[in-house]
Structure formats: structure tokens, C-alpha cells
Design a protein around this ligand. Sequence first.
Ligand code: C2E
Ligand code: CA
Ligand code: CA
Ligand code: CA
Length: 275
Amino acid sequence: AKLEGRGGSRMFKSDMGSQVRARRLFDRDLRQAIACGEFQLVYQPQTTIGSGTIVGFEALLRWRHPERGDIPPAMFIPVAEDSGSIVQIGEWALQEACREAAQWTQALSVSVNVSAVQLHHLAFAKLVRDVLEQTRLSPDRLELEITETALIRDLDRALWTLRQLQALGVRIAMDDFGTGYSSLSTLRAFSFDKIKIDRSLVRSVDSNEQAAAIVRAVLGLGRGLGLPVLAEGVETTEELAFLKQECCDEAQGYLIGRPLPIEAYEHIVRLADVS
Ligand code: C2E
Ligand code: CA
Ligand code: CA
Ligand code: CA
């Protein structure tokens, strides 16, 4: 048993070493992926709940790895945040989303996720201004989705950047609401333009009284603050019916539309012929 213990711990150490190496290699691949054109954005529609009209699309990153196949963002974004390569990847995503949205003939909005690391980068507001200028996308068509955890590290600096972004005419949505712990104080510290309720809460509204009560409370909060609320991850007609009954403003989820390359929604955005 003793020998096994020693061997076990040696193995654990070399496992750690190879994990670190694997992570480094993975990050090197990540950095090359932009240059190699391996990233793609897919778009998921966001609709009003009352009439079901599409008001915008959320841009979601996909990594089409030549050998490993599709790697989901949950697997590579944390690595990219750790190493800092999220700054370049996020810049690519912002640029690409604005470039594509500028070609839509309907003035629908595009929502782009912004990681904490990007937000705390000093030049982030300038980057957004430059991208809007280059792509000629009207600022009121861009929405940036920020999670609460993005604000925790250095609240003052984050708020300063968010105010600069709002001054450009860009909207700021609070993402994943209901999963953090400082939601209420953050809502007081900054005037967000929208609240997005996380899908972990939405998923359970029709089966779990606690989840339903929390979603009702968030909707009340939105009304009180004069903020529209979007429910994400809507998968069933029961969930949608609940949200409609509770006067939620907007919805997003597989029931309404999956995240797909923008061409799949061509009939909605009627891509302009730019040739
Ligand atoms: P998120 O911002 O909460 O995005 C919503 C996620 O829920 C997406 O996962 C979407 O595909 C998924 N989803 C939407 N509707 C449904 C539904 O009805 N049921 C279920 N089960 N899932 C649904 P995805 O695309 O895998 O992205 C995961 C997360 O990765 C995102 O969560 C976001 O935090 C992050 N992410 C994605 N793209 C970017 C990006 O460009 N930049 C940054 N910083 N983060 C990104
Ligand atoms: Ca999001
Ligand atoms: Ca979420
Ligand atoms: Ca459900």
C-alpha cells in the first residue's frame, strides 16, 4: 500500500506537469487559430415574447479545430482567459460580429460577449469605438454582454469603461443574472440596459417553485428599475408560457432558434449583396 502511495504521488506530479504542457500547447493552438481562420461565429435569435418578433442575435464563438473537431467555448474560453489570449480572440469576435451585422439589411442588434479580462484591458472602449468606425455599424445596434464576475475584480475601472461604452451609444446587458452573488449591488452601481436571466433558472421555472419565484422576483426587479429582461435557454412551450404570463420582455433559446451560421437566418436578416 505504501509503495502504491508513492507511485501514486509520483504519477500525480507527472500528470500535473503534462497537464501544464498540454494547456500550453492548447493555448498555442488557440493563438494560431485566428490566423488560420478556425474561429467562426454562430448567431442565436432573440425575440420579444409578446409578438415573437426577432430583435437581435447573440454572437457565439465556435472553434473548428482541424484535428480535434469542434471545441465548445466552455472548454477554450477559460484557458484563453488564463493566458490572456482572450484579448485577441475577443477582438476578433467583436470585429467579425460588427462586420457581419453591418451587412444585414434589417437594423437588428448584435450582442457580443465580453470577458472580464477584455473589460479590464485599458484600451477596450477605444477598441469598440474603432471597430464601430471601421465597420460603420451604428452603435445603437451593438450590445455587449457582461457577467457580474467581470465587475468584481476592479469595480471602479470596470464601471469607468462601461460608462465610456454607453457614451458611445452601445448598450450594456448584464449576462447570466442569477448565478453570481452580488447581483443587487451591481445593479445599483451601474445603469445596465438589459438583464439576461441565466438558463439554469429558466430551465426549472415550470418544475421548481423556487426557480419560478426567483424568476418572478427578477422580473419585478426589472420592472422597478425600468429595465427589459431577457430569459435565456428557453427550450419548451411551457417555459415560454410561464414567461409570457409573468410579462418577461424577451426570450432566447433552442425553442426559438439554435445558434447557427448567419446564412441560416438569411431570410430574416436578408444579407445585403455587397459584391
Ligand atoms: P452564454 O453567454 O450564457 O451563452 C448562452 C449559451 O447557452 C450558449 O452556449 C448557447 O449555445 C446556449 N444555449 C442557448 N439556448 C439554449 C437552450 O435552449 N438550451 C441549452 N441547453 N443551451 C442553450 P455556448 O455557445 O456553448 O457558449 C457558452 C458560453 O461561452 C457562453 O455562455 C459565453 O459565456 C461564452 N462565450 C461564447 N462566445 C463567446 C465570446 O465570443 N466571447 C466570450 N468572452 N465568451 C463567449
Ligand atoms: Ca451571453
Ligand atoms: Ca448564461
Ligand atoms: Ca423546464
